[in-house]
Design a protein around this ligand. Structure first.
Ligand code: GCO
Ligand code: MG
Length: 408
């Protein structure tokens, strides 16, 4: 069996998805997601110029060797661009494997460990009353878990992930006004003074049952993160996400000495080497890698197995930047993983998105139910894809009030 053709598509409804299609000499094809948010043309170019010419002619059944070939075989390894490109190939090879076996991927991993996988939604508000409305909206829809982000009084611009009243909250991670990023101002002191009380009010308002999550988006120093986590302990968060920048795998030691708040990290990680110390030293409770830019299903399964040895559960990244193909890879991993925790779920739920990526993975009352179709269980409509083209966009840049550049 051989790979005879490969195509890369960039574009989509309201979002630039990077989609890889691998075609075999037996007519079976596989699909993978290489979307790297706001840098979409780079994995596409890496695939087209460097990986696809070598991939043509390989036996798609040897997904492990092909992964090693592109990872170990490249002198310059890792990084989000490389790993998103390799990730798409790996997903497409698993898709082919599932179709060959006539089985959904979760069966190849070891079968189902659960029926539905709990997901969490994003509630946001420019102030606390608006956030309360947003949380209520998701609770009414049956969600059991909600991430809560709130504007901070007196903060010169909105804090992370707070959409203005006119924008759709699901689009906030990409500003399509051009490639020059907009700037936001961050003020740690105001955040530390306001947010613990706001979280306590939400707990009071919504009761003990709802799982509340909060994302600090890498904005605190280790000592500040320790102070914050200690203060929010009574709120009983389901998790506190990215309290410190993720590069420093030792940064959470101080926090762990002062607080039992569960910690989730990893949405920007590209390999097991970015999180092995965090996991082995049991400094985190949830690992947030995504099958796309952590290099595909093959390496993410390995991370999940390492995590299981250390009581770390999964909480895969599921921002709207991932296409339904990445979310399908997660759905199959979530159905199998003995150490499943929760799934972030923000795929754009529009008729256009369903038309481009038809599938019967489904959401109901805050749970995701995996498809039983062979492979990933998501198709890609090339006629629909022809309607879209790449649109440049950016993440914002964050500065402190005095102009110092800070972490987005
Ligand atoms: C999350 C993330 C996203 C990121 C986005 C950047 O928890 O979902 O923090 O919101 O900001 O993925 O591209
Ligand atoms: Mg996050």
């Amino acid at each position: 069996m051989k790979i005879v053709d490969a195509k890369v598509f960039v574009g989509g409804p309201g979002k630039n998805y990077v989609t890889l299609k691998l075609v075999t000499d037996q007519g079976i094809y596989g699909l993978g997601d290489a979307t790297l948010n706001n840098r979409e043309t780079l994995p596409a170019t890496y695939l087209q110029d460097y990986l696809i010419p070598v991939l043509i002619g390989m036996d798609p059944r040897n997904s492990e060797d092909i992964w090693q070939y592109f990872y170990r075989g490249a002198y310059f390894r890792r990084g989000p661009i490389t790993m998103a490109a390799i990730g798409a190939i790996d997903m497409a090879l698993w898709d082919i494997k599932g179709k060959l076996a006539n089985m959904p991927l979760y069966q190849l991993f070891g079968g189902k460990s659960r029926n539905g996988a709990m997901v969490y939604a994003h509630a946001t508000g420019s102030d606390l009353p608006a956030l309360v409305d947003s949380v209520s909206h998701y609770v009414d829809k049956g969600y059991k878990a909600v991430r809560v982000q709130c504007g901070i009084p007196g903060m010169p611009t909105a804090s992370y992930a707070i959409p203005d009243s006119t924008s759709d909250s699901k689009h906030y991670i990409t500003d399509f006004s051009g490639i020059r990023p907009q700037e936001e101002i961050w003020d740690t002191d105001r955040y530390l003074r306001y947010m613990p009380g706001a979280l306590a009010e939400l707990r009071e308002r919504f009761g003990p049952q709802i799982r509340l999550l909060h994302d600090v988006h890498h904005r605190l120093l280790p000592r500040e993160a320790a102070e914050f986590s200690k203060e929010v302990e009574p709120v009983k968060l389901f998790w506190l996400e990215d309290p410190t920048p993720a590069e420093d795998q030792n940064a959470l030691q101080l926090l762990r000495q002062h607080s039992t708040v569960p910690i989730a990290i990893g949405e920007v990680f590209n390999s097991i080497w970015d999180c092995n110390k965090l996991i082995e030293n049991e400094l985190i409770d949830f690992i947030r890698v995504a099958a796309t830019y952590a290099g595909g299903i093959t390496p993410v399964k390995r991370i999940v197995d390492l995590a299981a040895l250390h009581h770390v559960r999964t909480g895969f990244h599921g921002a709207p930047s991932h296409s339904p193909l990445c979310m399908a890879a997660h759905a199959h991993l979530n159905a199998w993983a003995p150490n499943f925790g929760i799934q972030e779920y923000l795929v754009l739920d529009t008729p256009e998105c369903h038309a481009l990526f038809p599938s019967d993975h489904r959401m109901d009352q805050g749970f995701m139910y995996v498809s039983d179709a062979p492979g990933l269980g998501v198709d890609f409509d090339e006629t629909e894809a022809a309607r879209y083209e790449y649109e440049p966009g950016s993440h914002p840049i964050v500065r402190l009030e005095d102009g110092t550049l800070w972490n987005y």
